[in-house]
Design a binder for this molecule. Sequence first.
Ligand code: PLP
Length: 354
Amino acid sequence: MSKFWSAIVHELTPYVPGEQPKLTNLVKLNTNENPYGPSPKVLAALEAEVADSLRLYPDPTSAKLVQAVAKFYNVPATHVFVGNGSDEVLAHTFQALLKHDQPILFPDITYSFYPVYCGLYGIEYQTIALNDEFQIDVSDYKRPNGGIIFPNPNAPTGCGLPLAEIERLLEVNTESVVVVDEAYVDFGAESVVGLVARYPNLLVTHTMSKARSLAGLRVGYAIGQPPLIEALTRVKDSFNSYPLDRFAISGATAAIEDKAYFEETCRKVVATRQALVRELQALGFFVLPSVANFIFARHGKRSGDELAASLRARNIIVRHFSKPARISDFLRITIGTDVQSQALVEALKDILIH
Ligand SMILES: *Cc1c(COP(=O)(O)O)cnc(C)c1O
C-alpha cells in the first residue's frame, strides 16, 4: 500500500498465473502450454525478422496477420481483431463491449481472469453455477444481462458445449454481446466462428498460446462483425498503437499458415489425452469429459491438495485450485507428450500405493 496509489489500485485483485519455475527436469503440466514446439516455419519467419529492420515500428494494424487469420477461417478481414495475447483481446472486450448498466454473466467455475477484468474496469457481474455435471446449461443464462462470456471448452473443467446449445442462447439473447472464448476449441470442441455472419452480437476469441504452441509470443485474436471489431480497435488505439511487435506479427502469421503442422500437433495432443484418461480411470480417478488440452480429475480417496503436493515432490507440477470447495479435490492436468504422461501415471501409481 502506498499513498501514491490511485483509488482503483487499492481495489484490484490481480490474476495469479500458474507458476513458471526455473527448475529444469520438471514435468510441467500446470499452464496448458503445448508440449510440442511451434511450426518450424515460425522459427524461419522470426529469423527473417531479425535480418529485417527492428529499427522501425511494426505495422500498427498487423495487416499481414489479420489477412492470414481471415483466410484461415474464411471470414472477411474486417471481422478480425488481433492483440497481444488473447488476454489483451479479452481485456479490451470487457472495456469496449461488456461494460453496461446491467451485470454481465459468466460461470461460477471458469477462467479466473474474467472477474479480474471486471474489477479493473468496474463492471458488475453475476456468476451462474455449473450444473451437477459441471456443465454450462445455457438456459440459466436466459435473463437480463449486460453481456455473457464463457470459454468453450470451459476452463478448468475441459467440458465442451455443442454448437447448437450456443446458438440456442444466441437466438434469445439478442440485446447484449455474447463472447465465446475458444482458447482450447481446436482440441475437439465445435467452433462458433461460422455463426458470426448471422449474429451481430457474437464475438469469438482465440489464442495462439495453446493449439499453436506460441505462449511465449503473446498473440490472440477475436472474430466478430465490424461494429464489434471497431469497438475493440477504438480501445486498442487509445491504449497502445503497437501491441504486436514485428516478431509476433511474422511468427503468428507463419503459424496460422502452417495448417498441416497445427492439425498434426492437435491430433497428437488429443491421442495422448484419450490414453491418459483411460489410465487415470483405471487408477480410480473420476475424469470430467474433456475436449481441451488438459483434463480435470479427482481421486475418490485422496484430496487434491495432497495429490498436487505429492506430485510436486516428484518434480511433476499440475494445477490445483483450493477454491471453490466444489473443485478443491480436482487437479487440472495439462496434456504433455506421451513420455510426460507416462511419468505422471507412474508417479500417481507410486503415490496411491502408499
Ligand atoms: C490461456 C487462456 C487465455 C489466454 O491466452 P493468451 O493468449 O495466452 O493470453 C484466454 N482464455 C482462456 C480460457 C485461457 O485458458
